[in-house]
Design a protein around this ligand. Structure first.
Ligand code: FMN
Length: 330
């Protein structure tokens, strides 16, 4: 079966994308991903702090306000800790595009709709086919309202929309009160796709050292369920394309995400754990499954289990929760 799909106006040979991660920082991994049949590439993010640090660099050299800058910046990695600085990042986009010929999506990660977003133009000029915006923001102050948090994301989308012609995807967290409403407002602001969902890294507590313990756990398929629900709810209610990120480890996971409503399926943890060649395994098992179940096209698959089209759409809503609780027996 032909697995090709369209995402953000880009034609993908199959819906599997490598998600934003260090996997594409090295060209030999990029080559292996291309050989394994990846449908497209999302670049590692360039972070607002990397760009503002560069902009601030000149001032810091002059040691003006150096202490306050130094304190604010000391929590972030030093420039040399990022594998690709802003210049190298653009070069990497050019190289990935030239070497693979695959659709390449740049990734910007920041929280303010400010000057650093000018960098989006350079990502466009470097040859990226689209841009993914990751607004990794955690409200921690009692005075900040939900509306202000949403406005922050919307303002970033509007600023980038006005600056570049590239199709835009927005990588969302699940922590909003009304995801459908926000999704619609993001679409109006210029988002062409929503990526469901960002994964917040969660610090543990070391009870002996009395310190937070920060470590990066790779995902498992369990994390997919949250995504399936929201993909199924959003599909058909908004015109934006949907992509899934988080918890896709097998061909069956990918099939579920497509059925719920994703047109593109991003893979990270599974490729970090098992290597780029896992793309071929997932793609081939997925194709065989579709053929055995007599599917003829991806259009037939995408959204076939969404809330609007599912034969039992109550599964995703409150009614089923009540049934489930009432019916549970020890
Ligand atoms: C080592 C590592 C680095 C990542 N870097 C980024 C990043 O730069 N930007 C971003 O938007 N997401 C980043 N992510 C998140 C992934 O793109 C993805 O959303 C998340 O890992 C969930 O997908 P998975 O279950 O397939 O791993 C990173 C994840 C990992 C594990």
């Amino acid at each position: 079966m032909d697995l090709s799909t369209s995402y953000l106006g880009l034609k993908l040979a199959n819906p599997l994308l490598v998600g934003s991660s260090p996997l594409v920082d090295e060209m030999d991994t990029v080559q292996r991903l291309a050989e394994a049949g990846i449908g497209g590439i999302v670049m590692h993010s360039i972070f607002e702090e990397q760009i503002t640090r560069e902009q601030l660099g000149t001032i810091m050299d002059m040691e003006l306000h150096a202490e306050s800058f130094a304190e604010a910046l000391s929590y972030f990695p030093h420039p040399e800790e990022y594998r690709l600085g802003p210049e190298k990042y653009l070069e990497q986009i050019r190289k990935v595009k030239e070497t693979t010929g695959l659709p390449v999506i740049g990734s910007l990660n920041g929280v303010t709709p400010a000057g650093w977003l000018d960098y989006a133009k350079q990502v466009e000029q470097a040859g990226a086919d689209a841009l993914e915006l990751n607004v990794y923001y955690l409200p921690t102050q009692v005075w900040e309202t939900g509306d202000e948090v949403e406005k922050r994301t919307l303002d970033i989308v509007k600023t980038v929309r006005a600056a570049v012609k590239l199709p835009l995807a927005v990588k969302l967290s699940p922590f909003f009160s009304s995801i459908p409403n926000l999704a619609q407002r993001l679409e109006t602001a210029g988002a062409g796709a929503l990526v469901i969902f960002n994964r917040f890294f969660q610090p543990d507590i070391d009870i002996e050292a009395l310190e937070p313990k920060v470590h990066l756990e790779l995902s498992t398929s369990d994390e997919l369920l949250l995504r399936l629900r929201w993909l199924a709810i959003l599909h058909g209610q908004i015109k934006c394309d949907l992509a899934v990120t988080g918890g896709v480890h097998t061909a069956h996971d990918a099939i579920k995400a497509l059925m719920a409503g994703a047109s593109a399926v991003q893979l990270v943890s599974v490729l970090l754990a098992k290597g780029p060649e896992q793309v071929k395994v997932i793609r081939d098992v997925m194709r065989t499954w579709f053929e055995e179940h007599e599917y003829e096209s991806m259009e037939q698959v995408i959204g076939s289990m969404s809330l609007q089209r599912s034969p039992n759409s109550q599964t995703f809503t409150r009614a089923n929760y009540q049934r489930l609780l009432a019916g549970w027996r020890p």
